[in-house]
Design a protein around this ligand. Structure first.
Ligand SMILES: Cc1ncc(COP(=O)(O)O)c(C=O)c1O
Length: 428
């Protein structure tokens, strides 16, 4: 059991609530991860907050006027009634159309209508509920979004099996993944692929994507039943030539009868609406027909009905209006260009750093991560917060994540200078 859960249980010991708690209730806790470190950064008088995965400009969240302006045009019917359990039908159609437009590799392939979830987190939790029994294996890289641990391991009792994300050459470690899958040969394997990756900001190069798809096909050929979740939270934020911007879901959608592909994505980052909480699940697999898609959609609806009943209506209405707006694509291109400029500046600044930190490979998304050969990144984080006014995220006392998406271009030099200096002081 997680030490924080043990502490909470000890606090509740002797109370009726503590005695009445379910096994799951006893296991549950709030991790000291990204969210609590970000909250700490907000409490300190900080100059720059590079903790949290949103895109900001001059201290405010970036947003599309296509969505902002739609707010005042919402009518009561867009706001107050319940939404259908699987989401507003027009939004589901519109998101599918967008998915097909942005992923030309899906051309001619069959996939379900997306199910609306309350953010991508909720979609991932539904997939866990649908496919994982306690003890089942979940294959993830060693650098993954920390909430996978809480969802799959702490909540569902699944067994996270990690492979090193990077190989010796700093590319995606296809062999490491295959090694973990080989242990599960002939059985069920649930894996999550997240590109652009949180926390590293790494996306597959075109050749790596091909190798990965071929490796998954080979495992499926050997009888392993693969459930592959493409966590596409940062879809579209790819900044280098030769790096794959399309979701791997396109390849997986009809790869093998032993492979179920699920695209878990969201308006959250794609439409810059972090707080609206609109996510989607789309299912595909070789040999799956519309009746199978529909059954998977209905299973998802069952999990929604049994937990939150349905997602909120105004968030969905706003995302739909944004997608339908004639200015949508041009506006999104501008926000992409702004984040790409920060990426390029980050690359330049990281390249000029002299201190002990080593940047892990990055080419996309919102973040980059440093590894500290001497560890001590929690002390580094605190030093940065307290003496330099810079909020970052440390994890495993070995890594420091920087969200350049939430730092204005002109502040990036200050951030990386502070990190370099502070690391020389505490991680040499
Ligand atoms: C990799 C990854 N997946 C999923 C999510 C969750 O997205 P949402 O806010 O839509 O629940 C995040 C959010 O930070 C993320 O980084």
């Amino acid at each position: 059991m997680n030490p924080i859960a043990i502490e909470l249980n000890a606090t509740l010991a002797g109370t009726m609530a503590g005695a009445a708690m379910s096994e799951l209730g006893r296991r549950m806790y709030f991790p000291k991860g990204i969210i609590s470190q970000a909250a700490e950064a907000k409490k300190e008088a900080y100059a720059v907050d590079a903790t949290i995965g949103i895109a900001t400009e001059k201290g405010s969240p970036m947003s599309l006027s296509a969505i902002r302006d739609a707010l005042s045009g919402l009518v009561p019917g867009d706001i107050f009634p319940y939404a259908a359990t699987a989401g507003l039908p027009k939004l589901r159609e519109a998101w599918k159309k967008e998915t097909l437009k942005k992923n030309p590799g899906l051309d001619g392939k069959s996939l379900s209508l997306p199910v609306v979830t309350t953010g991508l987190t909720h979609g991932i939790a539904i997939l866990g509920d649908m496919f994982l029994n306690p003890g089942d294996a979940v294959v993830v890289p060693d650098l993954y979004w920390d909430n996978y641990g809480l969802i799959f391991s702490d909540r569902l009792g699944a067994d996270l099996r990690e492979y090193p994300l990077f190989d010796a050459k700093g590319g995606f470690n296809v062999d490491g993944l295959v090694e973990k899958l080989a242990v599960l040969r002939g059985k069920k394997a649930f894996l999550v692929l997240n590109f652009p990756n949180n926390p590293t900001g790494y996306s597959l190069k075109a050749a790596e994507a091909q190798r990965l798809a071929a490796a998954l096909k080979a495992e499926a050929d050997k009888g392993t039943q693969l459930i592959v979740v493409c966590d596409d939270a940062y879809f579209g934020l790819v900044y280098e030539e030769g790096v794959r911007s399309e979701s791997l879901f396109s390849e997986l959608a009809d790869l093998h009868a032993n492979l179920l592909a699920v695209k878990a994505d969201a308006a959250t980052k794609e439409e810059l609406v972090w707080g609206l909480r609109v996510g989607f699940l789309s299912f595909a697999g070789k040999g799956l027909e519309p009746k199978h898609h529909d059954a998977l959609v209905q299973k998802s609806m069952g999990f929604i009905r049994a937990s939150i009943s349905c997602s909120n209506t105004p968030g969905q209405a706003l995302v739909l209006k944004g997608l339908e707006s004639p200015s949508h694509d041009a506006e999104k291109a501008l926000t992409y260009a702004a984040i790409k400029a920060r990426y390029e500046e980050t690359r330049r600044l990281v390249g000029a750093m002299k201190g002990p930190l080593k940047a892990l490979p990055f080419n996309s998304g919102y973040f980059m991560t440093f590894a500290s050969p001497a560890g001590k990144t929690e002390a580094l984080r605190r030093l940065l917060l307290e003496e330099y006014g810079v909020g970052t995220i440390s994890f495993m006392d070995k890594y420091l994540r920087v969200a350049y998406s939430s730092v204005d271009l002109d502040k990036l030099p200050t951030v990386f200078k502070a990190i370099d200096e502070a690391a020389l002081r505490c991680c040499s």
